[in-house]
Design a protein around this ligand. Structure first.
Ligand code: CDP
Ligand code: CDP
Length: 225
């Protein structure tokens, strides 16, 4: 049990979790945990080691030995900057495969708890509010329509000079969501006490304002804006 405040943001792929988490953390001076990056890194490390991603025991051994460092928005694996490789959709699909194994989740959960440091943490992922930080002071379940999410991913790729087909992006993200929702280990679903936010028609700034407002109502004496 910890009295360090946590805000969790869970939801399907490309709903805007990471962007919202970064903005909220920045405004509040809190640390941020991109838990998806841990699953992506575990998937990358395992596939580089030639391990079968459906072998939970083997992947868990890799997850336990992960030498990861986060600095200035970049992710380093044994000193190598793997940030760009992690953003590829193949990394997302591989992450979703390794994330289905309970021993892999157990290995990564321990790392995630270590991110909880004063003055507070904003954590985004799939099970932040349901499993990893069940005592979070505010739990947001962020959604957007599949069409909106595919469009957003498409724009992100185009901005990086990567061409992509919007229909196949949508199929990929729907397949990944289905796997994340239907697995037995920590499936994607809103915590009972989560506040639902569909941001399909919202700008990032509007979502940030709303969530800061929710937080201020819960912790009026802690938030200065
Ligand atoms: O972390 P997650 O996969 O949920 O999504 P993200 O990477 O934070 O957001 C995906 C893209 O949607 C980013 O390029 C955001 O800038 C964009 N976005 C948006 O255009 N409007 C919003 N209201 C939220 C996100
Ligand atoms: O950014 P996006 O929403 O596309 O993905 P992500 O948050 O980086 O997560 C990649 C994959 O890791 C997800 O599809 C999940 O299968 C898995 N994941 C998970 O199981 N639990 C988490 N807390 C975070 C991610």
């Amino acid at each position: 049990v910890s009295d360090i405040p946590v805000i969790t943001i869970d939801g399907p792929t490309a709903s805007g979790k990471g962007t919202l988490a970064d903005e909220i953390a920045h405004k509040l001076g809190y640390a941020v945990l991109d838990s998806g990056a841990l699953y992506r890194a575990a998937g990358l490390a395992a596939s580089r080691a030639g391990i079968d991603l459906d072998d939970g025991k083997e992947v868990a051994a890799v997850a336990r030995a992960l030498d990861l460092r986060f600095a200035q928005g970049r992710v380093y694996l044994a000193g190598e900057d793997i940030s760009d490789a992690l953003r590829l959709e193949t990394s997302g699909q591989n992450a979703s495969r390794v994330a289905a194994h309970p021993p892999v989740r157990r290995a990564l959960n321990q790392l995630q708890l270590d991110f909880r440091r004063a003055p507070g943490l904003v954590a985004d992922g799939r099970d932040m509010g349901t499993d990893v930080f069940p005592d979070a002071g505010l739990k947001v379940f962020l959604t957007a329509s599949a069409a909106t999410r595919a469009e957003r991913r498409h724009k992100q790729l185009i901005a990086k000079g990567i061409s992509a087909n919007i229909e196949s992006l949508r199929a990929d993200l729907e397949a990944r969501d289905a796997r994340d929702k239907n697995r037995s280990a920590s499936p994607l679903h809103p915590a009972q006490d989560a506040l639902m936010l569909d941001n399909s028609a919202q700008t990032i700034e509007e979502s940030v304002e709303l969530v800061l407002d929710w937080w201020a109502r819960r912790r009026p004496f802690k938030v200065s804006r």
